[in-house]
Design a protein. Structure first.
Length: 181
């Protein structure tokens, strides 16, 4: 018995490390799938000035899958669940074409609040070609990659609403929104 107890913390830490690695691997695969889908959705989103959206989930075999991008409206899109998804992990959407009157290079308050309400993460592409991730639990938005990492609108003008940080809390986005009103 005294040999088991000293090794238990080691075994537990190994088990937690495997779980953490598995979660990180899933998160990396999820983000890469979101990047690929949003890269394809950017061109029609920009040319038609419509948001495109969908879901990312896990199928019955444990594979990460995504629904096809669905065409929405100019400033909104409601994704449909993937019929083969057993669990929805995240949603994704584009921010349509460049609009000099819209602060669309950062996630909107509605984007963050929607992710938190649903309890799922969200991936967002912007007209400038940025890719954002919103943590649906904490509301933290972080930029995965910057201007031009995804196709961008040729009419895009950088920083017209001021500098863009690589991370925003919900409170920071609220302050940014109030400053622009």
């Amino acid at each position: 018995m005294k040999f088991v107890l000293p090794f238990f913390p080691l075994a537990a830490s190994f088990f937690l490390a495997v779980l953490s690695h598995s979660a990180l691997a899933r998160d990396g695969a999820e983000a890469e799938l979101a990047r690929q889908i949003l890269a394809k959705a950017q061109r029609p989103s920009i040319s038609l000035n419509r948001e495109y959206c969908g879901t990312i989930g896990i199928d019955g075999s444990g594979r990460i899958i995504a629904s096809p991008a669905r065409k929405g409206r100019r400033d909104s899109c409601l994704p449909e669940d993937h019929p083969e998804a057993v669990e929805i992990l995240a949603t994704y959407h584009t921010h349509a074409a460049f609009d000099p009157y819209a602060d669309s290079e950062v996630p909107s308050l509605d984007d963050v609040l929607g992710a938190m309400e649903e309890g799922t993460d969200d991936y967002i592409s912007t007209p400038g070609g940025r890719l954002w991730h919103i943590d649906g639990r904490s509301g933290l938005a972080r930029q995965i990659c910057g201007i031009g990492c995804l196709p961008r609108d040729p009419r895009f003008e950088p920083e017209i609403f001021g500098p863009i940080k690589t991370r925003y809390s919900l409170k920071e986005l609220e302050r940014r929104d109030r400053m622009l009103d």
